[in-house]
Design a protein around this ligand. Sequence first.
Ligand code: NDP
Ligand code: MG
Length: 379
Amino acid sequence: MKKIAILGSTGSIGTQTLDIIDNSNDYQVTALAAHSNFKLLEEQIRKFKPGMAALFNEEAAKELRIRTRDTNVKILGGEEGVNRLASECGADTVLTAMVGSAGIMPTLNAISAGCNIALANKETMVCAGEIVSDLAERKNVKIIPVDSEHSAIFQCIGNHKSYLKNIILTASGGPFFGRCAQELKSVTLQDALKHPNWSMGSKITIDSATLMNKGLEVIEAVKLFDISPDSIKVLVHRQSIIHSMVEFCDNSVLAQLGNPDMRVPISYALSYPERKENPSAPLKYESLKSLSFEEPDLDTFKGLALGFYAAREGGTMPTVYSSANEAAVELFISGKCTFLEISSLVEFAMKNHKKVIKPTLKCIIDTDNKIRQFVKSLV
Ligand code: NDP
Ligand code: MG
């Protein structure tokens, strides 16, 4: 059985991963970590019996320790606890499904310990992609993308990387596709949380509405596949059936298709290089009336244009883009800024940043902290 650890086990990706594991005899859970949801983590511990678990929130970790006294699980707490769990989980593959740059250190720790990474936590790749890739190469571990677009690209490239010409990254367009800036002035948090095709955690759902998610994914693709941002084209594909495409030097194009169900790319990342059955439903071709493609509106959805800019700039600019966005989304969720202000805050933070070209890990982490504080101080 393959040993799996999940960072962010109580979230959207984490629970879907456990659904796959629950319906299979191929995997054994060695460790689970989350932020503060001790109730769900307790249920998961009782069901999947990992050797260790961690909660980032110290108080929640104390509560979990009390609740699981009758089991053999070792409970760790705090940032230090999550980092230690990543180092000591003993997994073949660590699935990283926490939100935001909080994933950087645990991901690096898991790689240092020799674990393959099933990467959902895109912000880590956006901020510290070069460091992650270098370490993975030195440790001879694989980074297998979970993000549906990147899983599609990874599957389509196969062993033809040297022939790759362009990546066509598909985007659903989110709940506000087709609207102009004037129409977006008064949209609410509830409006932004209504994604047409995918059910996901709140941060990525807001990112899908601003198209910041697609900007993050452009940078994620640049860093995962070592390709120029000029070779990446974003197309709005409202049906979310084609998860992305690759174009080779001979103009042959390969696409990966499937229902919008994250259990397909999660399953592939867990079973890679094999493929396994999983609880997802097969695609019903007769219900596919049409597959359409449109250009994204980069003027209204500035977040995507800023993502391309950050990708071309490189250095610390992707960190600024991602961290300013994380802070701005928090402000939007807590009612402290409007929907359109999210991209304005990110743009302002990027304009005020003096880029460091080849940042160290410390520089990336310092930039992340500074930018979050800066954005919060603006509101
Ligand atoms: P959710 O908000 O649903 O879940 C986040 C999970 O991370 C929760 O388990 C949460 O714990 C945990 N967590 C948060 N902070 C920490 C921390 N510091 N240490 C440990 N655990 C932490 O998010 P999603 O599952 O939607 O997204 C996870 C990642 O995957 C994101 O980077 C997202 O961009 C990416 N992704 C998600 C997709 C999706 O379909 N959901 C698709 C593609 C990528 P708690 O419950 O206790 O708060
Ligand atoms: Mg995606």
